[in-house]
Design a protein around this ligand. Sequence first.
Ligand SMILES: CC(C)(COP(=O)(O)OP(=O)(O)OC[C@H]1O[C@@H](n2cnc3c(N)ncnc32)[C@H](O)[C@@H]1OP(=O)(O)O)[C@@H](O)C(=O)NCCC(=O)NCCS
Length: 172
Amino acid sequence: MSTLAAQPINTSRLDLLPLHVEHAEEMAAVLSDPALHTFIGGTPDAPQALRSRYQRTTAGSPDPAVSWLNWVIRLRDKSCLTGTVQATVSPSGHGPIAEIAWVVGTPWQGRGIATEAARGLVARLGRQPVRTVIAHIHPEHRASAAVATAAGLTPTDEWHEGEMRWHRSIRR
Ligand SMILES: CC(C)(COP(=O)(O)OP(=O)(O)OC[C@H]1O[C@@H](n2cnc3c(N)ncnc32)[C@H](O)[C@@H]1OP(=O)(O)O)[C@@H](O)C(=O)NCCC(=O)NCCS
């Protein structure tokens, strides 16, 4: 499987822009609330640490069979960044599989941004050589479960590090 690259994705209100190191400073403020880490662990990164993280991320996966695709979510009419979505595409016995995740900064939550971004992302993955989309979601994380449902994923009975696996097959 050749490495995939993130391309811009536009939805009705959002521009999903391929992640760049230069996004780190604005994103450090967007993602500064420790509450964002309630279900996913860790703590917010300071701007310099986030810059280093984005440098590593944008360098790409060390495994050429695996693609790391990352976007920032820009709310078009406000011209500001509000969160991120990501997809890690790996080979599997059933064809390429994309694991997706999303984060929206606390001030921007509750406006349907994660839902719109996740739908746009899954629609785009459906046009890539991807057969399956999965997400791992904490069983008590109702907002994230709602986002996954809206993006067409359904819960499975498989677990991964205390999180439930959600799944969607891409039909062509
Ligand atoms: C999960 C997250 C991305 C949702 O972002 P968001 O932009 O607020 O989501 P939306 O506005 O699209 O709302 C999605 C759904 O969650 C619901 N929701 C939002 N906040 C909620 C809350 N605190 N409790 C319960 N449901 C909530 C909304 O009502 C909506 O459901 P509906 O479509 O049935 O009305 C955001 O809470 C977040 O970034 N959390 C921290 C990071 C994280 O845990 N990411 C998940 C990794 S997979």
